[in-house]
Design a protein around this ligand. Structure first.
Ligand code: PFF
Length: 447
């Protein structure tokens, strides 16, 4: 184990794990899913699921990873040798593969906007014009697939260089900068004329809009934004030295995530209502609304460009983690395999993502179970694969890891009250599995 790379500092790990968590999920996906699910009630459910399930599961993945100090498949093999539990890791790899395939499409959209903003093509447009320019751009097969490819190439290059150099160093200053810019954006958005309705939309729960589908989407969203259920966090925490506190890391990541989701909601919805836009516009929501808000700021385009760079970075750090989990299993710690496999797998993911990219243009008529190809991929990952992975992890931990061992792993590096440990254990063992099953069954109509 001594040759395994380790994070150079605890902050490095937290930033990289937070980098995996904070990405398109909080900034792009949350606003549009919340917009489609009635706003405030969805936000509240999202917070509840994040605290009740997401946080305990994140900690569970950390514990698995650091106990085993191995990749997402080997970790389960080490803890439960001779069993089939390593399939949880394989499932995580498959989930990552599909997730990254459509994630890169949105990453490409950021690049498109960045390119357009820098080249002055967005100057002086009205909100309607932005929407038109944007939908025309993403409908263009060459542009959307081309930029999706560039996003994947960036991901491949960084992951093939190895975890330390690739991921840790840049996270240090980009994340705080993103927070700062978001705060400026929120201040502008909430002071727009007509903003109040948007603030109410996202902060005032209207439970009449809650259906079993809303519950599933809120649960899926909380797993998606925390990168839980994929064993990515198992992989990341396996690089963590033994003297660092896992609960501390988990709580910091969850708080940062909730904070950024709140900022995203408060940046988007006031503007949506102030400019009479549609809250349920779907995946294009953020891309239609944001430029309009930035336009209202002095030096708006400059701020917009800075925001896009940071947003791109947030998306990339999540993408790195998705590719990293697959590569760390396949290359099994051998650096000479890392480069080759990063390219092979990365390009395969790109190819799988092409139909998703085209589903906003030439393949827009293709429907799977009433959804576009993109929506179908996203829905399957968020509402089926992630909850299923999370369910298996919540069964695995109490079943295959001794309670005393869990306690000693969790209290390393920091003193935590036994009561907190007990509450976590109880949640993972008795609350998470039935709750996840219930929410999933309800929607499948089995209930
Ligand atoms: N948490 C990332 C986001 O919110 O954008 C997406 C993600 C990354 C999900 C890694 C799952 C994962 F394993």
């Amino acid at each position: 184990m001594s040759e395994r790379e380790q994070w150079s500092s605890k902050l490095g790990f937290i930033l990289a794990a937070a980098g995996s968590a904070i990405g398109l999920g909080a900034i792009w996906k949350f606003p549009y899913i919340a917009g489609q699910n009635g706003g405030g009630a969805f936000f509240l459910l999202f917070i509840l699921f994040t605290l009740l399930l997401g946080l305990p599961l994140l900690l569970a993945e950390f514990v698995i990873g650091r106990t085993a100090q191995d990749n997402a498949v080997q970790a389960y093999k080490k803890i439960a040798p001779g069993t089939n539990w390593h399939w949880v890791g394989v499932l995580g790899m498959i989930t990552s593969f599909v997730l990254l395939s459509f994630y890169a499409v949105i990453g490409g959209w950021i690049l498109i906007y960045l390119f357009k903003a820098i080249s002055g093509q967005l100057d002086g447009l009205t909100s309607e014009e932005f929407a038109v320019v944007f939908s025309n751009t993403i409908a263009d097969p060459l542009l959307s697939v081309g930029f999706q490819l560039i996003f994947m190439l960036l991901t491949i290059i960084v992951v093939s260089r190895g975890i330390q150099k690739g991921i840790e160093s840049a996270s240090r200053f980009m994340m705080p900068a993103l927070f700062l810019l978001f705060i400026i954006l929120v201040i502008r958005a909430v002071t727009l004329e007509g903003a109040l309705e948007g603030i109410q939309f996202i902060l005032q729960p209207d439970f009449s809009k809650v259906t079993s589908q809303t519950l599933l989407e809120a649960m899926g969203q909380s797993f998606f934004t925390l990168s839980v259920g994929v064993s990515v966090m198992v992989t990341y925490s396996s690089y963590l030295p033994k003297n660092q506190s896992l609960p501390h890391a988990a709580v910091s990541i969850v708080s940062m995530n909730i904070f950024i989701v709140l900022l995203a909601g408060l940046a988007i919805f006031p503007a949506v209502f102030a400019y009479d836009l549609e809250p349920n516009a779907g995946p294009v929501l953020l891309f239609n609304v944001l430029p309009t808000v930035f336009n209202q700021l002095p030096f708006g385009m400059l701020f917009f460009i800075a925001f896009l760079i940071l947003f791109l970075f947030a998306a990339l750090t999540s993408a790195f983690s998705l590719l990293e989990i697959i590569i760390s299993v396949i290359s099994n710690g051998k650096p000479e395999h890392r480069i080759k496999w990063s390219w092979i797998i990365g390009l395969a993911i790109f190819i799988l993502g092409v139909p998703s990219a085209l589903s906003f243009g030439i393949l827009s008529d293709v429907q799977i179970f009433g959804k576009s190809i993109f929506d179908f991929a996203d829905y399957t990952v968020s509402n089926v694969l992630l909850p299923f992975g999370a369910l298996l992890i919540s069964i695995f931990v109490p079943l295959k890891m001794k309670r005393s061992l869990l306690y000693s792993e969790i209290k390393k590096g920091n003193w935590i009250k036994k009561g907190i440990f007990d509450a976590w254990y109880f949640t993972i063992r008795f609350i998470a599995p039935p709750l996840i099953i219930l929410v999933m069954m309800d929607v499948l109509g089995i209930w």
